[in-house]
Design a binder for this molecule. Structure first.
Ligand SMILES: Cc1ncc(COP(=O)(O)O)c(C=O)c1O
Length: 447
């Protein structure tokens, strides 16, 4: 296809002009031969290169929680850039990062009163790994250098995140990762097929952690990293009692529990954080994505008073306590975007709206169960995985084709392997949910 794309306000792009950009997590050769471009986005919708309107069934990459094109965020960033575009975050301050951290601390569960800013979810994971090491070292337990993760986990793409990764394609090309990482089993089970919300059975899978304690010695383990709901592998909801059991084993053995809330944070499950939804409190929480409604790259790591005070308290007076940070930690424009985003969430009651829409959304998604191609459906809050049977000997190929077909059928949904991750923004109305599910049905039934 010989396309001339014209993104809004930009110069026309020929196919040759697409070559320079090496696209992330994309089939570059295929895409550049047949591009799928978005030239405008607003509310629940995107417009493609032909001017066709598409509904955004994954709110971007599950980050545009308040819908696209929020003027308040753009205005806040614009005003901030004119007032103070950049301040070194090392040994110098600017008010926006303090204000944003304070606002986040108010939203976070009680003892999470300290926020470290980074620029992405992947950086939040590396930062959390370092916090764990610094915490144990500060307590004279620097030998706790083993980390526990889980099969099918996704914790971003930096070396820390790849080390913890449980999705094979994300690690098989990159074998040089951190040592001493051990994997618990994932929580998906054939017996959970089409079970809505938290599966009734499977809490005992948390005892994998106990086996690691028994095998390696609890005193060698620094932390357990889990996504409360495993997102990028296609939405695996934790069985009832599973997270509670992990918490207990961590407590019994001096192990820190890290929740990666990069997807689940900021209302996706109907509560501000998964920690509140499931009533289980970790020691460290990572976040990104909806932190700024996806408008400006940003991530953050929240620590409890205990973790923060242990690390800072161990350093000599007036010394730097944590030798870590990024040039763009707490960038003023990102903080301005984040504050404006929190204002929108609060003013429009979007977390409550997400909770109210959840039943309707899950009913609509579960209506796809009758399609012969559908192998499993999982979901909670405004997040669902629709898994299709793979093509023989080609795992992921069908999902890839379906993502493209859906685009041309008027809907953006992110696929991972052979699972669609449906996660609309919280401004969605019932009619939007119907539109997404109709597009899925039309596309899946053609297979
Ligand atoms: C749970 C989780 N952690 C970390 C990341 C990495 O975030 P980023 O792509 O912003 O680096 C993601 C991204 O999808 C994620 O889902």
């Amino acid at each position: 296809m010989n396309v001339t794309n014209k993104p809004s306000g930009g110069a026309p792009l020929s196919n040759d002009a697409l070559e320079a950009h090496w696209m992330p997590f994309s089939s570059n050769r295929e895409f550049k031969a047949s591009p799928r471009m978005v030239r405008k986005s607003e509310g629940m919708y995107l417009w493609n290169q032909n001017g066709d309107k598409l509904i955004d069934g994954s709110s971007g990459l599950f980050n545009v929680a308040a819908g696209h094109g929020r003027r308040e965020i753009a205005d806040a960033v614009h005003a901030q850039m004119l007032e103070n575009d950049y301040t070194s975050p090392f040994q110098l301050g600017q008010s926006k990062s303090f204000e944003f951290a304070d606002r986040l601390a108010q939203l976070l569960p009680d003892p999470f009163n300290h926020v470290f800013f980074v620029n992405s979810g992947s950086e939040s994971i590396d930062t959390a790994l370092k916090m764990v090491m610094a915490y144990h070292r500060a307590r004279g337990q620097g030998q706790r250098l083993r980390f526990v993760s889980r099969e099918r986990a996704y914790h971003g793409v930096n070396i820390g995140g790849v080390s913890l990764a449980g999705m094979v394609r994300n690690r098989e090309t990159f074998p040089v990762v951190m040592p001493n990482i051990v994997m618990m089993r994932h929580t998906w089970d054939e017996a959970h097929l089409f079970e809505r919300g938290q599966p009734e059975h499977g809490a005992e899978l948390a005892d994998d952690l106990l086996r690691m304690v028994q095998t390696y010695g609890g005193s060698t383990i620094g932390a357990v990293f889990v996504e409360p709901v495993a997102g990028s592998t296609g939405t695996l909801v934790p069985p009832k009692g599973y997270l509670e059991r992990l918490r207990k084993i961590c407590d019994d053995n001096g192990i820190l529990l890290v929740f990666d809330e990069v997807i689940t944070g900021f209302g996706r499950l109907g509560a501000p954080f998964a920690s509140q939804k499931f009533g289980v409190q970790p020691d460290i929480m990572t976040m990104a994505k909806a932190l700024t409604n996806g408008a400006i790259p940003m991530g953050a790591v929240a620590a409890t008073d205990h973790v923060y005070e242990t690390i800072t308290g161990a350093a000599p007076e007036n010394a730097i306590e944590f030798f870590h940070g990024y040039t763009y930690s707490g960038h003023p424009a990102a903080c301005a975007a984040g504050i404006a985003t929190l204002d929108i969430y609060e003013r429009e009651g979007l977390f409550e709206k997400a909770a109210e829409l959840s039943d309707y959304f899950l009913d609509a998604i579960w209506s796809l169960k009758d399609l012969p191609i559908v192998r499993d459906i999982r979901g909670i809050g405004l997040m669902a995985g629709v898994e299709v049977f793979p093509l023989e000997g080609k795992p992921g190929a069908r999902g890839n084709e379906l993502q493209k077909s859906l685009f041309w059928n008027g809907c953006h949904v992110k696929w991972t392997g052979d699972s669609a991750i449906v996660a609309p923004s919280f401004v969605a109305e019932r009619g939007h949910v119907d539109e997404i599910v109709d597009a899925l049905r039309r596309t899946l039934k053609d297979q």
